[in-house]
Ligand binder design. Sequence first.
Ligand code: DGL
Length: 259
Amino acid sequence: MENNNPIGLFDSGIGGTSIWKEIHELLPNEDTIYLADSKNAPYGQKSKEEIIELSIKNTEYLLNQNAKIIVVACNTATTNAIKVLRAKYKVPFIGIEPAIKPAAIHSNSHIIGILATQGTLNSELFHQTAEKYNDTKIIEQIGHGLVGLIENGEINSKDMDLLLHQYLEPMIEANIDYLVLGCSHYPYLIPQIKKILPKDIKIIDSGEAVARQTKSVLLERNELNNETNKGKAIFYSNSDSRVLTEILQNKYKVISKDF
Ligand code: DGL
């Protein structure tokens, strides 16, 4: 594998850019290719079989662009499909899973909340992780509707505020001291979530950990890019590219393409 080949990332839409940002910050001279499969978003309510099929389609596209490593920048795709992807392809895969472990370890109340998609919360992988921390009560909440609003560019809308209140208030009442964001779209909601949660409830997501893991796998395989100049970032969207362009603050060109 060529060291200067790109890191490939995919998500059901624009949310995985929260992971892309962490990777780009930690590994600025790596080239990256990001696929926003917004045409098929949300993945959260799809069957495991459908999520696997879409993940294979995205992987094949990235491999055709010579990706040296693939970051599944989507909790729903990771928890439902990464096992199949790892068995099918030789390229290394980095997945993203809800950060239950650090929340459970640091929680004083031993009650934590998790906001994630139905697909993630129903997955075997999530249950296996959650079961390891049986001295911690985990309040699970499906974020119905949140991804759809984010994909429509309605992050700061009244509807978003109403949904967040509905999902978070029971967790506050239950005395959580950590909120785990188990979907790569949700870090974009942190400013609104902070307005609702009392200050002593900490919010965690997995973005930084995924970036560190990507770096360590590339280092171990001796596949880090050895160029010193800034890496190229390519973004593809198979739906309306406007929201992806906006979430990237108009700093990057988004290519509209069916994949
Ligand atoms: N961003 C994705 C995740 O991390 C998927 C959300 C969805 O498409 O439902 O779970």
